[in-house]
Design a protein around this ligand. Structure first.
Ligand code: CAA
Length: 282
């Protein structure tokens, strides 16, 4: 059975972006948040992004309306009953995810595929929390979701060939460029990106240069769109710290160990752009 209706769990930064690209690609999309206020905020973010796109001439007002017409929000998991694909983008906590999967397993059709947008948790472990471990895969989007072309498709130990193929084709149908990544912490991109970001902090701690100069060096010297500190603030220092800890726990290699400054900045609430201060002030 083909995928027509998509349910997205979570309407935060990632969930809202995912819901937007699904709706823009013609899928009936239902996004679920735990509270009305969060839902309103997430849907408002989508509206604002689409309005910005119209202003920039990237899409027409009709395309914006069509996307919004494909999109609805709810606070009830039960309203996702008719979905063919669930994409979960909630808090990075195995038990919280398992609780949502448990409810959905009871209401969503047998044929439906579950995907997690987790950036660091084990796909095989999450699959084992459902009654459909063969119809479970990782589908990892990048921030900002509507602009970043890449999606990582992750096969857990139990993911069936058919599920993997359907999820890969679904990612392509969103206009994304999927790659296949292993079920190991960091998958492909964060496995390489996170040690680079951690190394930038370590180098700064050791006096390599100012934050501004290191950023300028990497941006203008290598063509990266953002220097490492700008990117750290953009991704969130708490998110980076969390991913680094999971990677360090699994690989036990110093490259993944979060540097002391990162930990202290998280403890001080300097989480980056979202908190108003990280390596820069906003
Ligand atoms: N609707 C449609 N298009 C829009 C838009 C909108 N609302 N807003 C911007 N755009 C378009 C712009 O028109 C522009 O298009 P062109 O290139 O065709 O001109 C493009 O998007 C870029 O936008 P801007 O020019 O406004 O901004 P920018 O050039 O500074 O790029 C950025 C912004 C895409 C975020 C860029 O800085 C970038 O790629 N940064 C790195 C982001 C990154 O590394 N993300 C991954 C983080 S890691 C992660 O997510 C994984 C994890 O697990 C932690």
């Amino acid at each position: 059975m083909g995928i027509k209706t998509v349910g997205v769990l979570g309407c935060g930064l990632m969930g809202a972006g995912i819901a937007q690209v699904c709706a823009a690609s013609g899928y009936k999309t239902i996004v679920r948040e735990v509270e009305d206020a969060f839902l309103k905020k997430g849907l408002g973010r989508i509206d604002k992004f689409l309005a910005g796109g119209v202003e920039k001439g990237k899409l027409t007002a009709e395309e914006k309306d069509r996307t919004l017409g494909n999109l609805s929000g709810t606070t009830r998991l039960e309203e996702l009953a008719g979905c063919d694909l669930i994409i979960e983008a909630i808090i990075e906590n195995v038990e919280e995810k398992a609780t949502a999967y448990r409810v959905l397993d009871g209401v969503v059709g047998e044929h439906a595929i579950f995907c997690s947008n987790t950036s660091s948790l084990c796909i095989t472990e999450l699959a084992a929390k459902t009654r459909r471990p063969d119809r479970f895969a990782g589908l990892h989007f990048f921030n900002p979701v509507p602009l970043m072309k890449l999606v990582e498709v992750i096969r857990g130990l139990t993911t069936s060939d058919d599920t993997y193929q359907q999820v890969f084709a679904f990612a392509q149908s969103l206009g994304k460029e999927p790659i296949t990544a292993p079920d190991k912490p960091g998958f492909i991109v964060n496995r390489l990106l996170v040690p680079y970001l951690l190394d930038a902090i370590r180098s700064y701690e050791h006096g390599l240069g100012t934050i501004e100069d290191i950023d300028k060096g990497m941006k203008l010297g290598t063509g990266y769109p953002m220097g490492p500190f700008t990117l750290l603030d953009f991704v969130g220092l708490d998110t980076t710290y969390y991913i680094a800890n999971i990677m360090f726990e699994e690989y036990r290699e110093p490259a993944y160990a979060p540097p002391p400054l990162l930990k202290r900045m998280v403890l001080a609430g300097r989480l980056g752009k979202k908190s108003g201060q990280g390596f820069y002030k906003y």
